[in-house]
Design a protein around this ligand. Structure first.
Ligand SMILES: [Zn+2]
Length: 410
């Protein structure tokens, strides 16, 4: 049984989250793109909080913060991110950072607990400049030339320039120290409605889905939209539209129970009202936590593309441009979160995969990792109305601190 002193202080957690919400506020959410002024201010806010948890840390050369302790004993790494999507919600990222900070404050200051929680804020999880640049830098998977080439997708500012403007140019990047941590724990809002609709308080993440992305290009024949008879057209745009519909008709028979697929962008070439598109391109994505399922769907995609070619009007090229492996969360971490939920949340937890990507999938490549979700109201995220009930935020913090305590005690 945990005594009162080693539990999360819910009021302190909410106050911290509101302090971060006030930096770069946008309606009821925030607007904190990576390396924007409010993002840097939020990082500085965290650096100033670290001593409360017996930690020391600075913003490193890629915008990460790692608050470290000199206390002996086992160390657990915990964190998330502080930048946001554009005009987005206040909890996506900061919730996990504040939970980590709270766990560090409670545990590191408790003389009866052997071990410490170290706090991390990973830069650019939201992908303004790249793909998990901060956490990938920490695990040693980002080269200097990748940073040289990275540009802000919002305004094309180079990452080097952004680092210079933030006063971070020339700083060293902090790297993972083998064997330092027993593992990594991250909390996040669910960003879906599974927990809320089932009256649950905690999601115990089993895996983070893999994302495979494709560029599918249709090539037909560009021609005059007024003088070309329907029967002889080679309309690449029409072929693409039919293909999208066919995917939705045929994937359900081959997919897994939680597979999702999305056509995120369609471009017609030349894209003019009086011209039959000679070429059309779609960006298509499949997500699942089972690689075999994704591979099976890719096979189907290629079969369907061949069928379109057999009709003789268009050629189709299916090119895989991203192959993200699913990340399995550590079994003992899942168990610790479940036990903590039994102790602090009436056992209202559910094991579930994460359909969204998170830094934990990167950390999982170098150490055992786990993730804990709290409910999202209406399942809404990446929007300024994103929210979680205060009571659920507090319960989640209690479960998180308890899970950290249990993981350190193993
Ligand atoms: Zn996030």
């Amino acid at each position: 049984m945990t005594d009162r002193s080693s539990r999360a202080d819910g009021a302190r957690v909410l106050a911290d989250l509101h302090a971060l919400r006030a930096i770069g506020a946008y309606k009821t959410g925030v607007h904190k793109p990576t390396f924007s002024e409010p993002h840097i201010q939020s990082l500085q806010w965290l650096v100033q909080r670290l001593p409360e948890a017996g930690l020391a840390g600075e913003i490193d050369g890629i915008g990460n913060i790692l608050g470290t302790s000199t206390k002996p004993g086992p160390k657990l790494l915990a964190g998330s991110h502080l930048e946001s999507q554009n005009h987005a919600g206040w909890l996506d990222g900061p919730l996990g950072v504040v939970y980590a900070l709270e766990a560090a404050r409670v545990i590191n200051n408790d003389p009866d607990i052997d071990g410490t929680v170290e706090v991390a804020s990973w830069c650019d999880e939201e992908g303004h400049f790249g793909h998990f640049l901060g956490s990938r830098s920490y695990v040693g998977a980002v080269t200097d030339s990748e940073i040289d080439a990275a540009r802000d997708r919002n305004n094309d500012r180079g990452m080097r320039e952004a680092l210079r403007d933030a006063g971070l140019a020339g700083r060293a990047r902090v790297h993972h120290e083998r064997g330092r941590h027993v593992g990594y724990l991250e909390s996040h809002i669910e960003q879906g409605e599974t927990l809320e609709s089932n009256g649950l308080k905690v999601g115990v993440v089993t895996s983070i889905v893999g994302v495979w992305q494709y560029r599918i290009t249709f090539t037909g024949e560009q021609n005059h939209a007024g003088t070309t008879r329907m029967a002889i057209r080679k309309d690449a745009g029409l072929a693409l539209a039919r293909f999208c519909v066919a995917i939705d008709e045929r994937f359900p028979a081959a997919c897994g129970p939680r597979t999702v697929w999305t056509t995120g962008r369609i471009t017609l070439d030349p894209g003019a009202p009086s011209i039959i598109p000679g070429a059309a391109e779609m960006l298509f994505q499949i997500r699942d936590d089972d690689v075999n399922v994704i591979a099976r769907l890719e096979e189907l995609l290629r079969t369907m593309a061949a069928e379109v070619e057999e009709l003789g009007r268009c050629t189709v090229a299916v090119e895989r441009i991203r192959t993200g492996a699913p990340a399995l969360m550590d079994a003992s971490f899942q168990q610790a979160i479940e036990e903590a939920s039994a102790a602090c949340a009436g056992g209202k937890s559910l094991r579930m995969p994460s359909g969204a990507g998170h830094d934990a999938q990167v950390l999982a490549t170098v150490m055992p990792a786990g993730m804990l979700f709290v409910p999202s109201i209406g399942g809404i995220s990446h929007h300024w109305t994103e929210n979680t009930a205060d009571a659920d935020i507090v319960t989640g913090a209690e479960v998180f601190v308890e899970a950290c305590r249990r993981l350190l005690a193993r």
